[in-house]
Design a binder for this molecule. Structure first.
Ligand code: COA
Ligand code: AMP
Length: 625
């Protein structure tokens, strides 16, 4: 196949040939004759005349090929003391049966199903069951509050919601059913039915519109795979944008299957029969792609872990999982490693397990700080691979392609763009910058298979959010540079998106919640550096004239409001009451300047500032960590 340069060149010189070649690793109902449909820019479609079923590719084809007895999914749950292995045949049967449950509830091709489940195998089963019958799933992360779930229910308009009686968060049992009921109460769209998985830790009382998972499975008729067009949506995954309204990232069926299948051996160096452990959550894109779809498309074994890196019960759990399940590639967010390092700085737990099978550690979701990189590399003595991607792209944009060739690394860079990604850096006027100069990181259109074709029901927002800034380019929202050797450096978001413990959140969304408090006149939320979580939000509120409140109590109310409206995962713990916010003369709050000061960076004061004394007065508050 050749080294990285050869493979990358092949993808740019002959993208049609390259991707049609990659498409051969997928079982098509109708094989595509063309790779890219570029007839309607800026909307691009992959494998336009192909038809397939993604669930067939993830499960049935492996059973048909005689690998039905191989482990497909290992559920490892230290929080419940459970381990369960599903072979490909068992997983296919469970999925077919649940697909029958959904079909019996009236879910058909193109209908949406919202999945609000903790990290249990049923989450993957529900996703694949949707794929089996051509329905579109939308998984909502369990850490989101009812209002966030309601917003997603209204946008996706699901026929059915699949949920559980409870989730287990560390040592706490969180009842999901009341959260789901509250969300449906708040939503305008009312799903016809909810399927509830009863868990023994807290069973839920079921109402007339609720269907018990186990009872429904017992009487269901298994459903077969329904072929869909390559361009049909497989799922919608909502992600934080700059406002409180999340963006429904659409994933197509064929392009996604081809890209993910290609990435498994080439990026993660995991192929049929090998094991990957992605410690994330199916509510995030990392979980969609590398807990569920990619490993199964490749006929690999995936570990679905219900627990935390620390505290469930100790900082040795990742190593235990690696040793017990023969993991070759481990993939998580840097924050998980910071948590382990804090608990076990000398890596003593790692010494207790046989980690000889572990070949790579992949990290993504936030910037990999050099200290964490070094600690992990020293501890494990294997390649630690930082790679950069987003919900929108579905798979990595920039990564050291372990399965092709390990490139020499440079500190702070996830190395070079993967095949198909024409990554460039532009200045504010849209001109390419000199190597080594910071600017907006963009991808020249068309993006490769697997990347989002649009936003759910909102082509216009898709264009406005990503394509309008620079004609012919996708705006990643990240700033950074490319050096003269082609290494990409991702320095952080240039918009109102922050990454808290690898969880993508919108400061704009949090501002909307703070602003809804009756005593608040205006507010700003910024993401500031945090040793453990990478970033955490900090809020600043200005009170309405004449409001006199006990500040401690008001702060507590505001923190609780965000917890109730966005979810605990927002981690907004610090809100300051301030007399005024620094603004430009046109009234724009100087969030970037505030962020810089809070992070201790020597941040220049913009010449457009309206009243510099406001900023000066705020400095001590901002600097307080
Ligand atoms: N359901 C309900 N609540 C949840 C939740 C879920 N699925 N996930 C998180 N929360 C809650 C947490 O319990 C916590 O609540 P608290 O404020 O009452 O303590 C809050 O949301 C914040 O969670 P988190 O940011 O995850 O902090 P933490 O201290 O609980 O854990 C880490 C810190 C680093 C251990 C944890 O974030 C982690 O494992 N991260 C791995 C990275 C990851 O999975 N990233 C996803 C994308 S790759
Ligand atoms: P998400 O959509 O949740 O995957 O978050 C995507 C965002 O996370 C990106 O736009 C980046 O800001 C950040 N991110 C992901 N991976 C990396 C990485 N390896 N280095 C720096 N930032 C990253």
């Amino acid at each position: 196949m050749g080294g990285y340069e050869d493979v990358f060149r092949a993808s740019t010189e002959d993208p049609e040939g390259f991707w049609l070649g990659a498409a051969q690793a997928i079982d098509w109902h109708v094989a595509p004759t063309r790779a890219l449909d570029a007839s309607r820019p800026p909307f691009y479609r992959w494998f336009p005349d192909g038809e397939l079923n993604v669930c067939h590719n993830a499960l049935d084809r492996h059973v048909d090929a005689g690998r039905g007895g191989q482990a497909a999914l290992v559920y490892d749950s230290p929080v419940t003391g459970t381990q369960r292995t599903y072979t490909y045949e068992q997983l296919r049967d469970e999925v077919a049966r649940f697909a029958g449950v959904l079909a019996g509830l009236g879910v058909g091709r193109g209908d949406r199903v919202v999945i609000y489940l903790p990290m249990v195998p049923e989450a993957a089963i529900a996703m694949l069951a949707c794929a089996r019958i051509g329905a579109v799933h939308s998984v909502v992360f369990g850490g989101f509050a009812p209002k966030e779930l309601a917003v997603r229910i209204d946008d996706a308009a699901p026929t059915v919601v699949v949920s559980a009686s409870c989730g287990i968060e560390g040592k706490r049992v969180i009842e999901y059913k009341p959260l789901l009921d509250a969300a449906i109460e708040q939503a305008t769209h009312k799903p016809a039915k909810r399927v509830i998985l009863q868990r023994p830790q807290a069973e839920a009382a079921l109402g007339p519109d609720d269907v018990d998972w186990a009872a429904a499975m017992a009487s269901a008729t298994p459903a077969d795979c329904v072929p869909v067009r390559s361009t049909d949506p497989l799922y919608v995954l909502y992600t934080s944008g700059t406002t409180g309204k999340p963006k429904g990232v659409v994933r197509d069926s064929g392009g996604h299957a081809v890209a993910l299948r290609w990435s498994m051996p080439n990026v993660y160096d995991v192929d049929t029969g090998e094991t990957i452990f992605t410690a994330s959550d199916v509510g995030w894109v990392v979980g969609h792609s590398y807990i569920v779809y990619a490993p199964l498309l490749a006929g690999a074994t995936t570990v679905l872990y219900e627990g935390k890196p620390v505290g469930t019960p100790d900082a040795g759990q990742f190593w235990r999982v690696v040793a017990e399940h023969g993991v070759k590639s481990l993939f998580t967010a840097p924050t998980a490693f910071r948590a382990i390092k804090k608990e076990d700085p000398h890596g003593e737990y790692a010494q207790q397990y046989d980690l000889s099978g572990l070949r790579y550690l992949f990290l993504a979701g936030e910037r990999l700080d050099p200290e964490t990189y070094r600690w992990a590399a020293d501890l494990l003595g294997i390649p630690v691979i930082d790679h950069w991607w987003q919900t929108e792209t579905g798979w990595p944009i920039v990564a050291n392609p372990a399965g092709i060739e390990l490139l020499p690394t440079k500190p702070g860079s996830p190395t070079k763009p993967l095949p198909g990604w024409d990554v460039q850096v532009l200045d504010t006027s849209g001109k390419p910058v000199e190597p080594g100069t910071d600017g907006a990181i963009v991808v020249k259109l068309p993006m490769p298979p697997g990347s989002l074709p649009t936003l759910w029901n909102d082509d216009e927002r898709f264009v406005q959010s990503y394509l309008a800034a620079f004609d012919g380019y996708y705006l990643t929202g990240d700033g950074g540079r490319i050096d003269s050797d082609g290494y990409v450096y991702v320095m952080g978001r240039t918009d109102d998106v922050i990454n808290v413990a690898g969880h993508r959140l919108s400061t704009g969304g949090m501002e909307e919640v703070l602003a809804s408090h009756p005593d608040v006149a205006e507010c700003a939320v910024i993401g500031v550096a945090d040793v453990m979580k990478g970033q955490v939000p900090r809020g600043f509120v200005v009170l309405k004239a004449g409001v006199e409140r006990d500040e401690e109590q008001l702060r507590a109310e505001l923190v609780q409001l965000v917890r109730d409206q966005v979810g605990a995962v927002a981690s907004l713990k610090d809100v300051a009451v301030v007399p005024a916010l620094p603004k430009t003369r046109s009234g724009k709050i100087l969030r970037k300047t505030m962020r810089g000061i809070a992070d201790g960076v020597d941040e220049p004061v913009p010449s457009t500032i309206d009243d510099a004394t406001v900023l000066d007065a705020l400095r001590p508050v901002l600097r307080r960590s």
